[in-house]
Ligand binder design. Structure first.
Ligand SMILES: Nc1ncnc2c1ncn2[C@@H]1O[C@H](COP(=O)(O)OP(=O)(O)O)[C@@H](O)[C@H]1O
Ligand SMILES: [Mg+2]
Length: 282
C-alpha cells in the first residue's frame, strides 16, 4: 500500500534531492484514552520541498509531529523513510535517521553563546578537552551555508539575538546533525515582519538544499509564500493534502474550519485523486 517514488529513485543511498516522498505515512492512528488524536493519516513529505501542516487547535498537528519524531509510537499505520519501512521507538532513533524537530519554544539556553547552543549535548571533544576551534568552525560553516549573515559574532549569548536570529540558530542546530527532514512548529508565530521574511527565506533554502521540510503554521500568508505542498488536518483526519497549486486561500480556510471544501471541489466517487486524500464526504 505504500506509494513510494518509483520514477526517480537515485542509485545512491542518500536521500533524493528534490523528488519522491522521502517520508511517507500510511494509515497512522493515535489515540489518548478516548481521544482519537490521529485517524488513519496519510502524509508524504518529499525531499527538497516545504510541506505546510495546517489545522485548527486540537486537529492533531503536534501529535503527528511527535509520532514522526519518535516521541509517540502510533497505534496503527506504517512509516517509510527513503523507501524503507521504519519503526521509531525513540526520539534518538529518529535523530539517528536524520529527523530534526525545531519546537516552538526553541529550547535554546539564553545564557550560552551561539556555538555552545549549537553543540549542546553533543560537544566535540579532543583529548578530553572541548574542541572549541572545531565547534566554532562547524557552527560558522553551518550558519554560512544557511546564509545567516546577520549574526555579529558566534560567541554572542543567545539572549542578545532577535527572534529571527534565535530561530535561525535553532534551525542551524537541527541541520548540523545532518538532518534529512526538518520539522518546525510555528517558526514565525512570535516574529515581526522582517524577521518572518528572514525565517521563511531560511526555510526555502533548507528545502533547496534537498531537505524535506514540514512547517506547522497558522499563517496563511507565510504558507502561501513558502510551501510547495499543503496538508490539512481536521479532527485528526487528513482532510486534504497536495501541491499548493491545488489550493487557494478560501479552500484552505474551508478545509481548516470544516474538514471539507464544499463549494468548489467535485469529488469523484472512489477516487482520492488530485492529491486530496479521502475527505470529501459531502
Ligand atoms: N499527551 C496527550 N494526552 C492526552 N491527550 C492529548 C495528548 N496530546 C494531545 N492530546 C489530544 O489530542 C488532540 C490533538 O492534539 P494536538 O496534536 O496537540 O493538536 P494541535 O497541535 O493540532 O493543536 C487534542 O484533542 C488533544 O487534547
Ligand atoms: Mg499543537
Amino acid at each position: 500500500m505504500a506509494v513510494i517514488d518509483q520514477g526517480h529513485r537515485p542509485s545512491a543511498p542518500q536521500p533524493p534531492a528534490g523528488d519522491g516522498p522521502f517520508l511517507s505515512l500510511r494509515g497512522v492512528s493515535k489515540s489518548f484514552g478516548a481521544v482519537q488524536a490521529l485517524s488513519e493519516v496519510d502524509l508524504d513529505l518529499p525531499a527538497g520541498q516545504v510541506t505546510a501542516l495546517m489545522g485548527d487547535n486540537g486537529a492533531g498537528k503536534s501529535t503527528l509531529v511527535k509520532v514522526i519524531s519518535g516521541i509517540f509510537g502510533p497505534d496503527q499505520g506504517k512509516m517509510r523513510w527513503g523507501g524503507s519501512e521504519v519503526q521509531l521507538r525513540s526520539p534518538k532513533e529518529a535523530t539517528r535517521l536524520g529527523i530534526a524537530t525545531v519546537y516552538q519554544d526553541l529550547a535554546l539556553c539564553d545564557n550560552l553563546d551561539i556555538v555552545q547552543n549549537m553543540f549542546l549535548g553533543r560537544e566535540a571533544v579532543r583529548r578530553r578537552l572541548l574542541d572549541e576551534g572545531s565547534m566554532e568552525s562547524q557552527a560558522r560553516t553551518t550558519l554560512a551555508d544557511l546564509s545567516v549573515t546577520t549574526v555579529r559574532s558566534i560567541r554572542q549569548p543567545v539572549a542578545s539575538l532577535s527572534g529571527g536570529q534565535r530561530q535561525a540558530v535553532a534551525v542551524a542546530r537541527a541541520v548540523m546533525g545532518k538532518a534529512k527532514l526538518v520539522m518546525l512548529d510555528e517558526p514565525t508565530a512570535a516574529l515581526g515582519v522582517s524577521q518572518t521574511a528572514m525565517v521563511l527565506d531560511l526555510i526555502s533554502r533548507l528545502a533547496s538544499s534537498g531537505i524535506a521540510v514540514l512547517v506547522i503554521s497558522h499563517n496563511l500568508n507565510d504558507v502561501l509564500k513558502v510551501a510547495d505542498r499543503v496538508a490539512i488536518l481536521y479532527l485528526g483526519r487528513m482532510a486534504a493534502a497536495g501541491p499548493i497549486s491545488e489550493f487557494d486561500t478560501q479552500k484552505i480556510v474551508q478545509f481548516i474550519t470544516s474538514g471539507t471544501a464544499a463549494d468548489r471541489v467535485h469529488p469523484r466517487p472512489g477516487a482520492a485523486g488530485g492529491g486530496t486524500q479521502g475527505a470529501q464526504e459531502l
